[in-house]
Design a protein around this ligand. Structure first.
Ligand code: DOR
Ligand code: ZN
Length: 355
């Protein structure tokens, strides 16, 4: 039995408010616990988006009554909410800036809209960028110019990881995360099983990349500060429909996939703990969770099945994958929150990390 600290996922799309047919605070925190995640940080591209005090309170009220694990809620950077966002920083997980193609309404195309956020958002509070390719280079330049740390979400390309490496070597305050789907899947669905002929299911932003990109992420593992799921549940009906929305669920598959990589000798247990606990705890200023741990049977071999998951979305891009390493028990602040396939923490047990 392997004992891990409570895992932290800094990138989760909860879907409440606004799209609870995909997921809500109850199901997403059940999925989190089943995946060994005891703290999740929720993205603001909900309906309505979280961009001021009233919308932040809508999300936090729902979380307070439903969450079964600990949580924080990001505020979204909009075209004219820099003052409000900065004033709400103590209550928020951080500021999320959508600088590139994404799902939802929060998107800042013009760089003049980035400036007030870099000027006003407190330097000690996390700023997370959805910024791909050259937009990511611009975000790193902003970090250097405004001397504000930035965290780059879901790095997927060789050019991105190499630029982050170079920026870190220059002393620029940039950190980054990589998602399991960008580490285990490549574009053209070649990494998928059972999904040929259903291209909508492969839609995700950032898109799945080439084998060369995937290899570069593994080669530059030391540049990767965190793993994060970008858990983005959409129903199968939506994924297989006319305009498939981008996104994959990931909370229940991240740890088994990474433990399988440990078994394959591609990652160490220590490296896993660094990127799923130690580094995100530091980068996102998260409180201690006393008496909290995850018990894993490292030798359990099994197939990933959507039917076994707690997420409401009803599918996984890793259906049928054989993995090694199963979460047996999760203890959160002294209480057994998950054991042998059952969520035991009650709705409302979860605490706001900024509470
Ligand atoms: O694939 C994605 N899904 N990328 C995003 O940027 C948003 C997310 C979602 O909310 O579905
Ligand atoms: Zn996301």
């Amino acid at each position: 039995m392997l004992k891990l600290p409570g895992l932290i996922d800094p990138h989760v799309h909860v879907r409440e408010p606004g799209a609870t047919h995909k997921e809500d605070w109850d199901t997403v925190t059940q999925a989190a616990l089943a995946g060994g995640v005891t703290t999740l940080l929720a993205m603001p591209n909900t309906k309505p988006p979280i961009f001021d005090e009233a919308t932040l309170n809508i999300a936090l009220d729902a979380a307070k009554s439903k969450a079964r694990c600990d949580y924080g809620q990001y505020i979204g950077a909009g075209p004219d909410n820099a003052d409000i966002a900065a004033s709400l920083a103590p209550k928020a997980a951080g500021l999320k800036m959508y600088l590139d193609s994404t799902f939802g309404e929060l998107r800042l195309d013009d760089m003049t809209l980035w400036m007030p956020h870099f000027q006003k958002f407190p330097k000690s509070a996390p700023m997370v960028m959805h910024s791909e390719s050259r937009t990511m280079a611009a975000a790193i330049l902003f970090s250097a110019i405004y001397d504000h740390p930035v965290h780059i979400a879901h790095v997927s390309l060789k050019e991105e990881i190499l630029l982050i490496k170079a920026a870190k070597e220059k002393g620029i305050k940039v950190t980054c995360e990589v998602c399991p789907h960008h580490l285990f899947l490549t574009k053209g669905l070649t990494g998928f099983k059972n999904l040929s002929g259903l291209p909508g299911r492969g839609e995700v932003r950032p898109r799945l990349a080439t084998q060369e990109d995937v290899d570069s992420l593994w080669t530059n593992l030391d540049v990767i500060d965190c793993f994060a799921t970008d858990h983005a549940p959409h129903t199968l009906q939506e994924k297989d429909g006319e305009n498939p929305p981008p996104g994959f669920p990931g909370l229940e598959t991240m740890l088994p996939l990474l433990l399988t990589a440990v078994d394959d000798g591609r990652l160490t247990v220590d490296g896993l703990i660094q990127r799923l606990h130690t580094n995100p705890k530091r980068i996102f200023n998260l409180p201690d969770q006393p008496e909290t741990w995850v018990e894993v049977d490292e030798n359990a071999v099994y197939e990933i099945k959507a039917a076994d998951q707690f997420t409401r979305c009803g599918w996984t891009p890793f259906e049928g994958w054989k993995v090694k390493g199963k979460v047996r028990k999760v203890v959160l602040r002294g209480k057994t929150a998950f054991e042998n396939g059952k969520v035991l923490a009650e709705a409302g047990y979860g605490r706001n990390v900024r509470g």
